[in-house]
Write a protein that binds this ligand. Structure first.
Ligand code: MN
Ligand code: MN
Length: 325
């Protein structure tokens, strides 16, 4: 019998620094590939930074994250999970942006994610700036608004920038609530900190019932307590997980557009993801890695490691489709 899994290239067959880099050394299957129907979890690059309001470069994130992810091995060091033997994973390539047109890009992205959804594939996206979460949510919503667990130093709940621009990486979840993609009562944002223009985003969160966990509360209560609350907020609902790398302290993740000091360490950055095990997650992303500001390459390596943590959680999720037997 032939092996039904798409395996990463083993570091014993070809050293991990060699070969063409795909996410986690998985095979690259475009959406028209004859075996695309066998994929359960698809890693997707979203090379986009047209929603960035300050320092750009996230359009280069997917390629850098692919390269960094070749460092990963097939087995989780703590839990022993071997995701590539539980579900079928592949690199689906990049969503196609139009760097000259934001709205056209959002439509192209939504179309791509709708095809992924129709194929029954769970998308795990590497951004890109945080606006890329919006078209993913539009495609994944289905018949009822989604729940969301959101790691970030910012709420991304602002109404508009620059007198009327409503689509930036600071506004995706405001739009998502307005469009009925998210149930605000089942949304929790963790790690919020830093200076702001004003408190308009927090007022919106309060008025709609979005739970905001500031970094002070996060450290005062600890990971176990905060993540237990997060699990309670989303319950068994279909849940999207969105992870902005600027959740992590810039000492560990300087390569991002809008860093905020006083954040979690790289160890804590991984620990919070492990606490998502068992939830009904329908999609996830890791966004805002900006290679031009990542002088050591350490931000991309942390980002790739967070993607692997997310993959391990997704691969053991109770509702996950296993590859066709
Ligand atoms: Mn963000
Ligand atoms: Mn942020």
């Amino acid at each position: 019998m032939t092996d039904p899994f798409f395996h990463p290239v083993s570091g014993f067959d070809l050293p991990r620094y060699a070969g063409v880099p795909t996410f986690m050394r998985l095979p690259h299957l475009g959406l028209d590939h004859p075996r695309i129907g066998e994929v359960d979890i698809g890693l997707i690059g979203a090379p986009w930074d047209g929603g960035t309001t300050n320092r750009p470069g996230q359009r280069h994130g997917p390629r850098q994250l692919r390269d960094a992810s070749t460092m990963l091995r097939a087995q989780h060091g703590t839990t022993g999970i071997r995701p590539f033997e539980l579900v079928n994973c592949a690199d689906l390539g990049d969503v196609p942006p139009n760097p000259a047109d934001l709205q056209d890009s959002l439509m192209r992205f939504e179309k791509f994610y709708a095809r992924v959804r129709d194929l029954g594939i769970i998308p795990l996206t590497a951004g890109g700036d945080h606006l890329v979460s919006l078209p993913a949510l539009r495609a994944l919503k289905g018949s009822a608004p989604l729940a969301m667990i959101h790691f970030d130093s910012h709420t991304d709940l602002f109404h508009e920038y620059f007198n009327g621009s409503r689509y930036t990486h600071g506004t995706p979840f405001r739009r998502a609530v307005e469009e009925g993609l998210l149930d605000p009562g089942q949304v929790i944002q963790i790690g919020i900190r830093g200076t702001t223009y004003d408190g308009e985003d927090r007022t919106f969160a309060k008025s709609t019932g979005i739970r905001v966990i500031t970094i002070e509360e996060f450290f005062a209560r600890g990971i176990d307590d905060v993540m237990a609350e997060a699990r309670g907020v989303v319950g068994e609902a279909r849940t999207y997980v969105s992870y902005d790398i600027d959740f992590v302290d810039p000492a560990f993740a300087p390569g991002t557009g809008t860093p905020e000091v006083g954040g979690p360490s790289s160890f804590q950055a991984l620990e919070v993801v492990r606490r998502l095990a068992g939830l009904n997650i329908v999609g996830a992303d890791l966004v805002e890695v900006s290679p031009p500001f990542d002088h050591s390459g350490g931000t991309a390596w942390l980002g790739a490691s967070i993607l692997f943590e997310l993959l391990c959680v997704l691969s053991t999720s109770p509702g996950i489709r296993k590859h066709p037997a």
